[in-house]
Design a binder for this molecule. Structure first.
Ligand code: SF4
Length: 247
């Protein structure tokens, strides 16, 4: 599906309400507003981490019918699949799974084996690009507004995210981060309050959960994303899903 990139002025013309409306909304209100304004062209995109589960639970109450998209890299922990299925049944939602291109995975494994991502940052990024970034690009070609569970205190590279922004990387669509200012404590208070299901790996020292071979538990005092690609230096530890064009 092709979409003409919307520059900031075009966006204002299409959208009578400014991004400010999303900035001022509570997370639940932001989800409702996204669904009202964009309908089937809005989607919550999640890897079923703690923040994603908070948003799924809020969507069930504030924005039933909001699309739910995830990227299945083919290397996820079993507990993530179990949680996806629990989510599907409990909330009565359809989960749109986007997979990597089969041929690309076949060729990568043929050329470099199954653990090429340990060889270098470039090799790791090649795997992330193929298994995550490309499927996300395809998924986002179907929306004008995507919603994430990003929070500012998750990592240095996320310190300056806004609740609502224009995503230049993906054709100037709207990107909402309704939990941008939330703390980890607030996320877990919300989960406990509502009895929201979550990945049991969180109770085993995994604050951030990605692909099984690239995620490990963190020790006390370590950053929440320090268990991701732990063999790399801290500055390189993003998979490319949320990079700003300047990064
Ligand atoms: S997190 Fe690891 S296994 Fe998953 S796509 Fe990235 S490099 Fe590949």
């Amino acid at each position: 599906m092709s979409r003409a990139p919307a520059s900031q002025p075009e966006l204002s013309a299409v959208d009578s309400s400014p991004l400010d409306e999303f900035e001022q909304a509570t997370p639940g209100q932001a989800l409702r507003l996204a669904l009202r304004r964009f309908g089937n062209r809005a989607a919550l995109v999640t890897a079923f981490g703690a923040e994603g589960m908070v948003l799924i639970d809020l969507a069930a109450r504030f924005a039933p019918g909001l699309r739910l998209i995830t990227i299945d890299t083919g290397r996820l922990p079993e507990s993530t699949y179990v949680l996806m299925e629990e989510t599907r049944r409990r909330y009565g939602v359809s989960i749109e799974l986007y997979f990597p291109e089969t041929r690309a995975v076949e060729e990568l494994s043929l050329r470099h084996g199954l653990y090429s991502f340990r060889n270098s940052i470039e090799a790791r990024r090649e795997c992330c690009n193929l298994r995550k970034v490309e499927p996300l690009r395809r998924a986002l070609a179907t929306v004008d507004c995507w919603i994430t569970g990003l929070r500012r205190d998750q990592s240095v590279s996320r310190h300056d995210i806004s609740r609502a922004e224009v995503d230049e990387t993906h054709g100037n669509i709207i990107k909402l981060n309704p939990l941008a200012e939330w703390s980890d404590r607030e996320v877990w208070a919300e989960i406990r309050k509502n009895g929201t299901p979550y990945n049991p790996l969180h109770d085993q020292g995994y604050p951030s959960i990605g692909c099984a071979p690239c995620t490990r538990p963190v020790r006390a005092g370590e950053g929440p994303r320090s268990g991701r690609w732990w063999w790399e230096t801290a500055g390189s530890r993003e998979c490319g899903l949320h990079l700003h064009p300047s990064q």
